[in-house]
Design a protein around this ligand. Sequence first.
Ligand SMILES: [Cu+2]
Length: 355
Amino acid sequence: MLALMLAAAIAGAPPGSPRDDPTVRVRVDSTRHEVIVVAGWWDLPNMPPMTGAMHDHGASHDTPVQQFTWPVDGWFRGFKLEVRDRHGRVLPRRIMHHLIAVNYDRRQLLYPAAERLFGAGTETADATIPATIGVPLPRGTNLGFYVAWHNDTGEDLEGVELTMRLEYSPANLNPRPLDVMPLYMDVNLTVGGSNSFDVPPGRSEKGYEFTLPIGGRLIGYSGHLHDYGVSVRLEDVETGKVVARVTATRDRQGKVSKVSRSLPGLRGAGVRLKANHRYRVVGTYDNPTGETLVNGAMAHIAALFAPDNVKDWPAVDLADPTFQTDLASLELRGAGGDGMDGHDHGAHDHADHQH
Ligand SMILES: [Cu+2]
């Protein structure tokens, strides 16, 4: 009887729709200092190639957030990702349009939303930060991750499995690494909603002003821009001085292939940011198409920030309705199954640049 009901339930799925049947397995390789997270499987039907417009509208197969518990005390310091099919064949990384890791136990500095620990996109290489710095991550931290798949290989893929090797520094590492935290600064974020915006023809700017609640130093930063993006800068509102800037590598049509990355705090002191001080993050676009790009743009800086005092970091407040909105949007993710649902544009969407 149960088997029949299950069969009926499976038969009830729309034909050709992707099937999610994922599990997460976590193990620790304490010799290599890696937490190995294996997730799968997904069946990913072939989809048409991603165009600019589809990128903007999120034509992808979005997975629900899968949660796991961080198993070691120490510092997170990088990731390596690998995608394989059911036969163990390594698949092109680009079918993973983006992957975002969420830390439910720490909030973001600017937004009452769960920390996005790291993000990876199609053009992101594996990333590791030097052992002299690390993101503090106690054992038992509640983490999660989600993926937007876009299989454009020309064939349907079955039994796709993702392996994440999360590198860590153990708690007894000597000398102790400098504590750095992800700091996400977006020109247009609504927590739980969208961070994309319209871009008029020609040159334009969009900015977001905020008060930094605690002081510290920017150790490293990069950013994210869509096609026709020029730069994202962080400026001191009082002095007008630009304290950090990321720039896009553009071709002659304005297509963006890369966004710059800086590590001012590895050999130097980094960029000092003051507590209770006004800053503004500004995205610049130069749109030569003659048309407004509706919802076509994003602009943010993703940094690693060394707080003067880690204990001053704002705590998660579950009673905060904005935090609840963020949790609800994570909960909803992937619920619509196959793409085009617009849930694609949360904080750190295609945040290719955390490290
Ligand atoms: Cu984007």
